[in-house]
Design a protein around this ligand. Sequence first.
Ligand code: ADP
Length: 538
Amino acid sequence: MKLPVFKWYRNVSIAKKLYFTVGIMALLIAFELVVLIFSIHTLSSVRAYVNGEGLWSKAQKDGIYQLLKYTRTHDEADYIKFREFLKVNLGDHKTRMELSKPNPDLAVARQGFIEGKNHPDDIDGMIRLMQRFHNNYYIGRAITAWSQADNVISGFVEIGEQLHAEISGGNPSQQRINTLLEKIDPLNARLTPFEDEFSNALGEGSRWLENTVLRVLFIVALTVECTGLTLAITVSRGIQKGLKEILLSSRAVAKEDFSRKAKIFSKDEIGILASDFNKMAAELERLGRENQEVNSSLEKKVHQRTAQIESKNKELEQFAYVASHDLQEPLRTISAFVELLQQQYKGRLDENADKFMNYLLQASERMKTLIKDLLDYSRIGREKEPRQVDCNLLVQEVTADLDKIIEDTGATVHSSPLPVLQAYPTELKLLFQNLISNSIKFRKADQAPAIDIGSVRENGYWKFFVQDNGIGIESEFLERIFIIFQRLHTRSEYEGSGIGLAHCKKIVELHGGKIWAESTPGKGSRFFFTIGNENELT
Ligand code: ADP
């Protein structure tokens, strides 16, 4: 496709392509109609000439008959009839002569045909045919035959006039009449071939015209079909090809392959769509690249932060271990000496001194618990191997250990059957202990604690929960509580170290799981933790 019109057609909008296609077809059909109308009119005019030729021939024959009669009857009326009949031939002659002029007077031409007894409706078509086609081979032949026949008619007129002069002059000579009559037959004999030639030429011409018109109509119809079909196929192929390109590229983009660009074949709507699609894919690729960069820098930051936290935690653990270990000795000494003092000076100390010593003992007890917590926290996973643990027994042990506080607070602990796992038993027990004791500790003042323990299988993990009806936790603190030394409730009845949940987190992570909490303040909390698949035994 190199011609400018093809280039234009390729790049113009689809709507214009369709208008163009339909327009071309409409033009061709209009042309076909014009050809049809023109040929019908022309053929009708040819038929009128054939008809006229019949009238012309009949008038000539009738005229001669009247002339012959006149020579017998010598009746003037017969001669007048002869003249009347020949008016038909002379009228046609008048038209032919007028139309052969460079600027014919059409009124005169029309009048001539009327005198030739042609039908008035046919006359304009006959005049047009002669004007347009006098150079046409067939019409030319017919006109020549017509003019030759006209010469013969003028011969008849001459004979008629001489006969009329002879008869009407008085004392007509039969011999002279006979001499004139003898000229009629040769004229008649000359006339017949011209009449035949006239009819034949028109007959052949009309057949030629019919064939030509049929051929033209056939070619035009074929052109209409072919043009319509070609343009329709070109448009639909163009659309199909362009859409296929976009489809293939969109599939590639769906697979994150941005290298495949949709080829652009045209500048129509499909071409614009393909180009917009390519722009969109390039934009997606750029965004993807940017996202990747952001993600990798984020990952790096998270990694750095985790490493920092881990090293901080290690330092803290180390400190907790050393500090608690070193604190244990002097603390033990203090409480041992206070107990000794109480024993030795029993009854000899005043009331206040006894009270103060009790305070001292209570404080050192609390300190011992704190140090024990710290030691437990820093020891997690240090030495022992995991082994088979029945979680039901662990919970029973914990509730037995917490027997006194359970009784004091009127708490109820309900546990659904729990699984048997491969785990660190001491740590797992501590985990339950921390969660259950927190559930009792953070109870509501006017309500006995109700604790519910259970587990479900989920995505290859065991998911445990410990639920209470206590004071609950505000949602913004649900993550913070697992960080060591973070305490939300610091009133004296909620005494604690802030180590318990950090401890729980460490234990759960040791088992390859996660811990989190859900809570409605004022209604209670639900602590969840998972234990990894590899720890499962039953
Ligand atoms: P603590 O020694 O204070 O119990 P934890 O680490 O066990 O330390 O808990 C941290 C904080 O989380 C607690 O001080 C408390 O504010 C909150 N908390 C823990 N468990 C519960 C619970 N079951 N209901 C409400 N608050 C809780």
